[in-house]
Design a protein around this ligand. Structure first.
Ligand code: SF4
Length: 246
């Protein structure tokens, strides 16, 4: 922050500072919508009283006293606080409504054939940009219906292993991950965005936590699943490009 590091009179507004300023000035609604006005209001104070001192005082006040449930009795600026005068500390600033995380369940599949592994190339942007991913199939009722229809497909020489699943938590998403290793005798034409990676390069690929965990699992002993998708169904979904890359 320039105000602390270089003593520039440039206000640093983060969550705590927004809350303190909203209450001090009695700003209704989301104080982030008033960021420019708040910066203009703060600049003269920073120039006069010291950028680092004011910035740190605001952050300290927000972190220790002017908390979401404020401790107004011990507040050094209570006399100048508009929210306190209006007894409006509970609505200034308004509570942020947190989005409920989306939940999904998927099969994460390490497909191996002829010493190669099938992986999806990294996305350019998004949550997992720059990271390779295993093919994953998001489970939905239509996928389950297709699986019932596919279970008699005549793929030969399939071996399927699985391990106990886990819940992978992202900022706005929770995934119940069911990990599998599907070994085939022969490679097939890779679906869009997927590539066959030589086995000796697998450990050099950058993977996210979810996909790293499956890379570690495939070196351990799994079990042949008694429940869940049949190997033929997993393969036919992967070949048909029914791939969710997360
Ligand atoms: S008086 Fe209460 S609401 Fe106002 S700045 Fe101090 S702690 Fe925050």
């Amino acid at each position: 922050m320039a105000s602390i590091a270089f003593q520039w009179p440039e206000p640093a507004l983060e969550g705590n500072a927004f809350r303190v300023l909203a209450r001090l000035l009695g700003i209704e609604g989301d104080p982030k919508h008033h960021a420019n006005e708040l910066r203009s209001w703060l600049r003269p104070a920073l120039a006069k009283l010291g950028p680092s001192r004011i910035t740190q005082s605001l952050m300290e006040l927000g972190a220790t006293i002017c908390l979401p449930s404020p401790k107004c009795l011990g507040c050094p600026v209570a006399d100048q606080c508009e929210a306190k005068k209006l007894d409006a500390m509970d609505r200034i600033p308004p509570a942020i409504k947190r989005r409920k995380p989306m939940e999904s369940e998927l099969w994460l599949v390490a497909v191996e054939a002829e010493g190669f592994w099938l992986l999806h190339e990294p996305a350019q942007k998004g949550l997992l940009a720059g990271l390779w991913k295993w093919p994953a199939i998001e489970i939905s009722s239509s996928v389950e219906e297709n699986i019932a229809a596919d279970s008699s497909l005549p793929y030969a020489s399939l071996e399927l292993r699985s391990w106990p699943g886990w819940t992978q938590i992202y900022t706005h998403r929770r995934e119940l991950v069911n990990p599998f290793h599907l070994r085939l005798e022969q490679r097939f034409e890779s679906p869009g965005g997927c590539h066959w990676i030589p086995g000796n390069e697998l450990n050099q690929l950058a993977l996210g936590k979810r996909d790293q965990r499956l890379r570690e699992l495939i070196t351990t002993t799994g079990t042949t699943p008694l429940h869940g998708p049949a190997a033929t169904s997993l393969l036919s979904h992967i070949k048909r490009d029914a791939i969710h890359v997360g």
